[in-house]
Write a protein that binds this ligand. Structure first.
Ligand code: ADP
Ligand code: MG
Length: 492
C-alpha cells in the first residue's frame, strides 16, 4: 500500500510502496529575516505590525533615480550567521538584479546575491533521538524582501503594503541531506536556535521572520542517485512543512510506481486541503536575467572586519551543550533541552549558581516547562523567577521540605513569584523530622484506630500504608516520610 511508513522508530523514514521501499530526500531554502532596525538598502524601519505603507522610503518604493546604500549592520549579521554555521565567509560577493514583474515589487527586480554569495559551505548538527547528524549548508546569501499583496480585504481589489519591501533576508540553502519530516523539524529548530543565540534573526514564524521553500524527491531504498525534485514554495510553519513533505513524497511514489515520471516543478501547499498543487512547471520557469546591479559595487570584506565579528560570537548551543555535560554532569538529553533556547539556558545557569544541578534540571524540564506550556508563556515570562526556584530547590535539598510539599509550595509561589522561604515559615510547611514530635503524631493515629491496629497485628501487613497515610494527613504532609516509616514499624 502506498503511503504506509516502515521502520519509522529506527530513525529511518521510508515509504512503503507496492514494489519497494522509498527514501525521501529533502533540501530546504530557508528565508530568515535579518534582525536589524533598518532595511538592507534604505534607512526605513522594519518593525513588525506597523500601519501599511508607513515604513517605506523612496528607495523601497523604487522612485526613479533612487540609489541603494548598503546597510553595514545587515552585512555583519549575515557574516555572523555564517560563522555560527561554521561556514566559509566569502570576502568577495556580488549583488545581482533578479528581474521579474509583480505588483508588490515596484523596482521590477529583486536585489539578491546569485553566483557570488556572501557565505559558502557550512554545516549544522542535529540532535536526534538516534544521535547526532550533520546537515550540509550549501550557501547563505543576502537579498531584499518584496512587499505584500493583500487579496482578502476587498472582493475585487488587491492592496499592496510596501512595509516589507527592502527588508534584509538571508536565504540559507541546505544540501539535500534531510531524510524525514522529523529531521526537518530538528533542522529548523537548530537553525533558529543558533540565530537567536547570535541575535541575527528572531525566528518568529508567526510574523513570517522564518519561512522555507521545501524541495522533495524520492528514490528507491538503496539508490544513490537523486530523484527529480519538486519545490514547495513559502511554507511558514514547521507543522505545514512536515505535512507538505508527507503528502508530496507519497504523491511522487504513487506516480513513479504507476510508471509515470516526476516533472520538476514549483508547487504550493494548500493548508486547508492538506495537499500540494502545481504552480508552474520547469518549462515556464522564470528566466530572471540575472546581472550584477550596476548601482552596487561588489562587496569586499577585509580580514579585519571578519575577525572583529568572529571575536563577538557568543557560546553557541553545541558548545554550551558540551560544557553543560562536562561541568554539570547532565545527560545529553537534559543538556540538549536546556541549551535549545538561549533564555532557558540563562535561566538554568542562574538557578544553579547556588543550588543543586540535578534537582534544577529536573524542576525546570519537569514542573516549570509544564507550567509554561499550560499557560503558553516564554521562559522570560516565567511566573517563578530563577532566584526563587533556586531557593525552593535548596529547601528540598537540605531537607526543610519534602518533595511532595515542594509541589504544593511551587503552586503557592505562582501567585506573584512569592519567596518560598517566607511561604514555608508563614504556612508552617517545614518537614517534621523531630522524632519526639512524630512519635506524638503516631501515637495519636494508633490510639484513634484500634480496630486497624488489631487487624494489622493479626497479619494484615498491607495496612502499614494506611497508618503512614494517616500520619501524613494529620501532619498536613509535612512529616518526614522516612522517619514516619521507621517509628511506625517500631510502634506497631
Ligand atoms: P533553485 O533556486 O533552483 O531552487 P537552489 O540551489 O537555490 O536552487 O536550491 C535547491 C534546493 O533543493 C537545495 O536546498 C537543495 O538541497 C535541494 N535539492 C536539490 N536537488 C534535490 C533533490 N533531488 N531532492 C531534494 N532536494 C533537492
Ligand atoms: Mg529554489
Amino acid at each position: 500500500m502506498v503511503g504506509e511508513l516502515v521502520d519509522k522508530d529506527n530513525s529511518k523514514y521510508l515509504i512503503k510502496g507496492k514494489q519497494s521501499n522509498w527514501e525521501v530526500v529533502i533540501g530546504l531554502e530557508v528565508h530568515a529575516q535579518v534582525s536589524s532596525n533598518s532595511k538592507l538598502f534604505s534607512g526605513s524601519a522594519t518593525k513588525f505590525g506597523a500601519e501599511p505603507n508607513t515604513q517605506v522610503s523612496l528607495v523601497d518604493s523604487a522612485f526613479p533615480g533612487m540609489l541603494p546604500v548598503i546597510n553595514q549592520y545587515c552585512i555583519e549579521q549575515a557574516v555572523k550567521t555564517g560563522l555560527g554555521f561554521n561556514a566559509k565567509i566569502n570576502s568577495y560577493s556580488v549583488f545581482d538584479r533578479k528581474n521579474y514583474f509583480y505588483a508588490d515589487l515596484p523596482q521590477g527586480y529583486q536585489i539578491s546575491q546569485y553566483k557570488n554569495p556572501i557565505v559558502g559551505e557550512g554545516e549544522i548538527i542535529l540532535d536526534l533521538p538516534s544521535g547526532t547528524k550533520k546537515i550540509g549548508i550549501e550557501r547563505l546569501h543576502l537579498e531584499q524582501d518584496a512587499g505584500k499583496s493583500i487579496h482578502d480585504i476587498d472582493p475585487s481589489n488587491t492592496f499592496v503594503d510596501l512595509n516589507r519591501s527592502g527588508i534584509a533576508l538571508m536565504e540559507i540553502v541546505s544540501k539535500p541531506d534531510l531524510r524525514s519530516p522529523d529531521e526537518v523539524n530538528a533542522y529548523i529548530k537548530k537553525l533558529r536556535s543558533i540565530m537567536r543565540y547570535l541575535g541575527t534573526c528572531d525566528g518568529n514564524m508567526q510574523e513570517g521572520s522564518l519561512r522555507a521553500d521545501v524541495n522533495v524527491s524520492v528514490r528507491k531504498e538503496g539508490d544513490t542517485t537523486l530523484g527529480t525534485r519538486c519545490e514547495i514554495k513559502n511554507v511558514n510553519s514547521i507543522k505545514f512543512m512536515q505535512m507538505a513533505i508527507d503528502y508530496e513524497a507519497k504523491r511522487q511514489v504513487e506516480l513513479l510506481e504507476s510508471g509515470k515520471s516526476i516533472d520538476q516543478e514549483t508547487r504550493l501547499f494548500d493548508t486547508k486541503k492538506n495537499e500540494t498543487r502545481s504552480m508552474r512547471s520547469k518549462e515556464d520557469a522564470h528566466d530572471y536575467r540575472y546581472f550584477p546591479d550596476p548601482d552596487l559595487l561588489p562587496l569586499k570584506l577585509s580580514e579585519d572586519f571578519i575577525n572583529k565579528i568572529k571575536k563577538n560570537i557568543p557560546e553557541l548551543p553545541d558548545e554550551k551543550k558540551k560544557r553543560f555535560i562536562e561541568k554539570f554532569n547532565l545527560t545529553p538529553y537534559e543538556a540538549t533541552i536546556l541549551v535549545s533556547d538561549i533564555e532557558t539556558s540563562k535561566y538554568f545557569e542562574e538557578v544553579v549558581k547556588d543550588s543543586d544541578v540535578k534537582l534544577a534540571a529536573n524542576w525546570i524540564i519537569g514542573e516549570l516547562f509544564a507550567l509554561l506550556n499550560e499557560k503558553n508563556l516564554e521562559i522570560t515570562q516565567s511566573p517563578i523567577s530563577a532566584r526563587n526556584l533556586s531557593k525552593l530547590i535548596n529547601l528540598i535539598k537540605d531537607g526543610t521540605i519534602s518533595g511532595k510539599i515542594a509541589k504544593t509550595l511551587f503552586e503557592l509561589m505562582l501567585d506573584g513569584d512569592k519567596d518560598p522561604e517566607i511561604l514555608v515559615e508563614e504556612k508552617g510547611l517545614q518537614q517534621k523530622s523531630d522524632p519526639k514530635e512524630l512519635e506524638n503524631l503516631i501515637d495519636g493515629v494508633i490510639k484513634d484506630n484500634p480496630d486497624k491496629v488489631a487487624e494489622y497485628k493479626s497479619g494484615k501487613v498491607k495496612l502499614f500504608g494506611f497508618f503512614v497515610g494517616q500520619v501524613m494527613k494529620v501532619s498536613n504532609g509535612t512529616a518526614n516520610p522516612q522517619l514516619v516509616n521507621e517509628i511506625l514499624k517500631k510502634k506497631l
